[in-house]
Structures are given as structure tokens and as C-alpha cells.
Design a binder for this molecule. Sequence first.
Ligand SMILES: O=P(O)(O)OC[C@H]1O[C@](O)(COP(=O)(O)O)[C@@H](O)[C@@H]1O
Ligand SMILES: [Mg+2]
Ligand SMILES: [Mg+2]
Length: 334
Amino acid sequence: MKRISLTQYLVEEQRLNNNIPAELRLLIEVVARACKTISHAVGKGALGEVLGSAETENIQGEVQKKLDILSNEILLEANEWGGHLAAMASEEMESIHLIPNRYPKGEYMLLFDPLDGSSNIDVNVTIGTIFSVIKAPEGMATPTEQDFLQAGSKQVAAGYAIYGPQTMFVLTTGQGVNCFTLDREMGSWVLTQRNMTIPEDTQEYAINASNSRHWYPPVTRYIDELLAGTTGPRGKNFNMRWIAAMVTDVHRILNRGGIFMYPADAREPDKAGKLRLMYEANPMSMLIEQAGGASTNGKQRILDIQPEKLHQRVAVFLGSKNEVERVTSYHLEK
Ligand SMILES: O=P(O)(O)OC[C@H]1O[C@](O)(COP(=O)(O)O)[C@@H](O)[C@@H]1O
Ligand SMILES: [Mg+2]
Ligand SMILES: [Mg+2]
């Protein structure tokens, strides 16, 4: 197999599609390098004293793990010095992080969920890092939180790193989805899957069923039909998987199809869902659509949502197109 590195891929992509200017390439390379460092920390586990709770709370009121904080710091530091950025925002930080003394002014802004699947950390189950790149405002003005509130359709790049049996980096710059595997001996990302594509139909779904008594009727109807298998209206059996790390559920869907759901429910009627629009749903929705899948909040395309708040939450239904369209249609029925 001819080895193509992440850098070679990005340079080639720029030549072919003119969609990865040097600044964006360098930014993606810095994010990928930071993910390599996080992967190393994850791999050390107890030996690196990175497991367990930090006993602090983030802005969402969630108790932070040591690795949540460490991964956030690694991404901040790497990108402050080499990321070609104007500002960053993170699931773990209350407000945006401006890049000090940056000249010339960075053209992009980076958002990330530094460690996705936090409840998996201490049990040695796959976790990841999710990121999204958007354009900074024109001119020399210092970016504000308001500048981050761009619809997902404006993202210029999105991706994730997954720390599993292999460490992988999955990326889209708007021309399909490609996957790179970390060669741990060489320390380089090698292109291992081109144009990941999600089949339109599937027999596999992912939802946290322990919340079923709180679901709204469209979700209950959809899941009941799946559970009825060959004897129900769908006439086929469905299998279920739930990793409790969106990054890992999405990775499976990019590889073999499926539908992932994290609906809003009746527990907290004012809460739009659990997952975060800017750090989780938007980047994953861009990847899923670029791979031929669909992603909605049950009513509309996630990438069309105009964010109102940096830490906004959203319901998520994403994956194989025909299933996402079906559960969305149940929400839209009067
Ligand atoms: O605890 P639950 O309901 O299984 O939720 C799992 C979901 O929460 C998340 O872990 C939230 O992400 P964080 O770990 O970044 O907070 C998702 O990755 C995952 O899909
Ligand atoms: Mg997360
Ligand atoms: Mg997280």
C-alpha cells in the first residue's frame, strides 16, 4: 500500500479542489498533533495518573475528569502557538479563548469537545476528541462570542480523533470524509480509508434506552417499531449498540451504517437535548452528511440551526438517511 500522510493528503487536496489554503492545512495539522498527544496520555492511563475525577465542574454543571481538563489544555496550548487562529471555544470553558498577540490575525476559529465519552475513561473504553473549524470575522476586530454563533453549514472543516484499539483521525473539509490511522512507531497519520460512505438503509440503532420512559411519542413509536422486528411494521429485525461516546457510535456508523439518537425528553422540557450543538452535533453532522447520511434534531437539519448560545444543547438523530428521514417524519406528523 502506498503510504499517504495527512500532510500529503491536505496538500494534494488543495491542488485538486483548492479548498485547503496553507493556514487551514497548518491548523488541521496542529489539531491532529494535539490529538496525538492526547492519545499518548489516554494510552498511559493509571501510569500517567490521568484517570479519575478532577472534582471540578464545567460550565454545564458536569463533574470534570482529569482527562477532560488535560485534553482541553493540550488543545489550547498547541493551537495558541501554531494554530493560525483568532479564537477558540471549548465544551469545558465558560467563554471563548482569544489568541494573545496574534499577528497576522488568524483567519479561523476552532471549537472542540476535548474529550468525548468521559464516562468511558476510567473503564478503558473508546473515547475521542471532536472539533470544528469556522471562519473568523473579516478585518482586525477581536472576535466575540457572537462571532462563534454560525450555523453548522458554515463550517470549513470538522472531524474527530478516536482513541480505541487504534487511534484514528477522521476529517472532512467539505469534499468527502477520510480516515487516517496513527502509526505509533513512526508518529505519523496515514490515510487508511478514503471517502467513507454511509449506506442509506440499516438494521442497527443506538439510543440510551434507560431514558425510554421519558421519551416523547415520536421516539417511542419509532423505537417500538424497531423492537417489533420481523413481526412488526418494519418487517425486519434491528440490532442495538450504545457505546456512551458519541464519537465511537458515529465512527461505527461511518463504517457500517446505523442511526444514532439522543432525543430531548420529558425530564426537563426546557432542555433541547443532552448533546452540544457547537462541539458535538455540528461537526458530526457535517461528517455524516459528507458521507451521504442525514442529521436532524427531529424537525430540521442540524446544520441549518442558527445557534443562539455557545453551549446550546440539541436533540440529535443522525446516520443512515432512510432511518433519519423516517424518525424525523414521525416528529413532523400532526
Ligand atoms: O450517559 P449517556 O446518557 O449514555 O450519554 C452518553 C452521551 O454523552 C456523551 O458522553 C457526552 O459527551 P461528553 O463526554 O463530552 O460530555 C456523548 O458522547 C454520549 O453519546
Ligand atoms: Mg462529548
Ligand atoms: Mg467532553
